[in-house]
Design a protein around this ligand. Structure first.
Ligand SMILES: *[C@@H]1O[C@H](CO)[C@@H](O)[C@H](O)[C@H]1NC(C)=O
Ligand SMILES: *[C@@H]1O[C@H](CO)[C@@H](O)[C@H](O)[C@H]1NC(C)=O
Ligand SMILES: *[C@@H]1O[C@H](CO)[C@@H](O)[C@H](O)[C@H]1NC(C)=O
Length: 415
């Protein structure tokens, strides 16, 4: 991404017919860069203030653009870091309210700080965010894990500015406008991004009937679900996700109720696996979004949020009772693709990276930091028959996802 920005700028400069001032410009620019490099090397303790662009040496901005926020480790702080909101935020879905539900380590979750290996991840400052993104619309599009991230952002911002209008912009499931800032944040609920519905064999027969299919789900890989179809035209910043539902045999049982993929209104023949259907749907939806947005729309795709069921899958007594983050080798044991229970996260990411490559989407990679956090799920306090080792406690991990989201956003927009 850094490379793309550089190329664009370089070609814009190179476009006018050659002139001696160009050479002078290059010389001057190199000189300034050198000065900046020397300056930043000589005074490492000087941290530029956010909106102080003149004193922000280019070398440092370059660092930020190439910094990989997803590569790092969790550092325990000596004391709980004050959260930017608490468990009384009304937007927290009740099963995710670990402090309210007295999860044993509910408060300890806030003691862990994500430290990228080669840079610092700034904490999202709610007031600064409200100012910076006033007069804009931000849409989260995806499954309940994106709602989890949405709720975290809403809670952070509401703690800084309580005057909101609750409504459903552009077909959203829920949304808020921060009235003093004319900033709207919405969540568009969609499991697969694409449209799907029950399918059963017709008496008239057909290609799927001929192959023996009696019932299942029709999944239209080229039709966006209505809940978000209007979102690309409405929002200035979009954050997408999908993943878990493609590997959810409780709903899309490969035998009892398989996913049957359709394109252009016709069944794909021979029928394809969910893994292939997933890639096809992604390709179509990326195109759909790119056709309806301009280069000014910031588009993010969030990588897969991992689950931490140990000792069995969610419906087979799997649990997540850890009270500390995992160690790196434990992560490998739990997520190695040989181990079926939690294997899908990395499979999903492989497809995501492949399909998103070369598109205008930025990838928000939260998988690694989340794989380590087996301690941060609601577990037995999720209020379900089984343990919830899929969603995240709030306040909690998705606050850090939002830190990474906003840091990436600002790196690309420039401070
Ligand atoms: C960033 O770090 C993550 C986690 O270590 C890694 O999977 C990914 O490949 C890295 N990305 C780049 C562009 O180096
Ligand atoms: C509020 O923001 C929208 C863009 O999201 C803009 O079109 C509108 O003019 C703004 N309203 C005011 C009163 O500034
Ligand atoms: C798979 O994960 C479980 C925890 O859910 C662990 O007990 C087991 O050792 C792992 N198996 C392999 C082959 O890594």
């Amino acid at each position: 991404m850094a490379a793309r920005g550089t190329t664009k700028r370089a070609s814009a400069v190179a476009a006018p017919p050659s002139c001696s001032c160009f050479a002078r410009f290059v010389f001057l620019a190199s000189f300034l860069l050198l000065v900046a490099l020397v300056y930043s090397a000589a005074s490492p303790s000087i941290i530029p203030r956010y909106d102080d662009r003149l004193k922000d040496p280019p070398a440092r901005r370059g660092d930020r653009l190439t910094c990989n926020y997803s590569d790092g480790s969790w550092i325990p702080e000596p004391e709980t870091v004050p959260s930017r909101y608490d468990h009384t935020c009304k937007e927290i879905f009740k099963g995710w309210n670990c402090i309210g539900n007295r999860k044993i380590n509910g408060r300890d979750l806030l003691r862990w700080r994500w430290q990228p290996s080669r840079c610092h991840l700034p904490r999202l400052d709610p007031l600064r965010f409200l100012h910076r993104f006033r007069d804009s619309n931000i849409g989260f599009v995806g499954d309940s894990l994106n709602r989890n991230m949405f709720a975290s952002l809403v809670c952070m911002l509401r703690s800084a500015s309580g005057e909101v209008r609750k409504w459903r912009p552009a077909g959203a499931d829920r949304g808020f406008t921060f009235l003093n800032y004319n900033l709207t944040i919405a969540y568009h609920r969609t499991n697969l991004l694409v449209q799907y519905g029950r399918w059963s064999a017709s008496d008239l027969g057909g290609p799927l009937e001929l192959r023996g299919y009696k019932q299942g789900y029709r999944v239209d890989v080229d039709v966006p679900e209505r809940s978000w179809a209007e979102a690309p035209g409405f929002h200035h910043i979009l954050i997408f996700n999908t993943g878990h539902w493609w590997w959810a045999p409780s709903k899309f049982d490969p035998v009892q109720s398989p996913m049957l993929f359709f394109e252009n209104g016709l069944p794909l023949l021979p029928p394809v696996t969910p893994e292939i259907g997933f890639s096809l749907a992604l390709r179509h939806m990326i195109l759909y979004v790119e056709r309806r947005t301009t280069m000014d729309t910031m588009k993010f795709f969030r990588t897969q949020s991992p689950r931490h069921f140990e000792g069995g899958d969610w419906n087979l007594g799997g649990s997540c009772r850890r009270t500390q983050p995992l160690l790196p080798h434990e992560v490998e044991e739990l997520f190695s693709t040989k181990n079926a229970t939690n294997a899908e996260a990395r499979v999903i990411n492989r497809h995501l990276y492949e399909v998103l490559h070369g598109t205008s989407f930025h990838i928000l990679d939260i998988t690694r930091m989340s794989e380590l956090r087996a301690d941060a799920h609601p577990s037995t306090t999720g209020g379900k028959m089984h343990e919830d080792c899929m969603h995240w406690c709030l306040p909690g991990l998705t606050d850090t996802w939002n830190d990474a989201f906003v840091a990436t956003l600002e790196d690309h927009l420039g401070n």
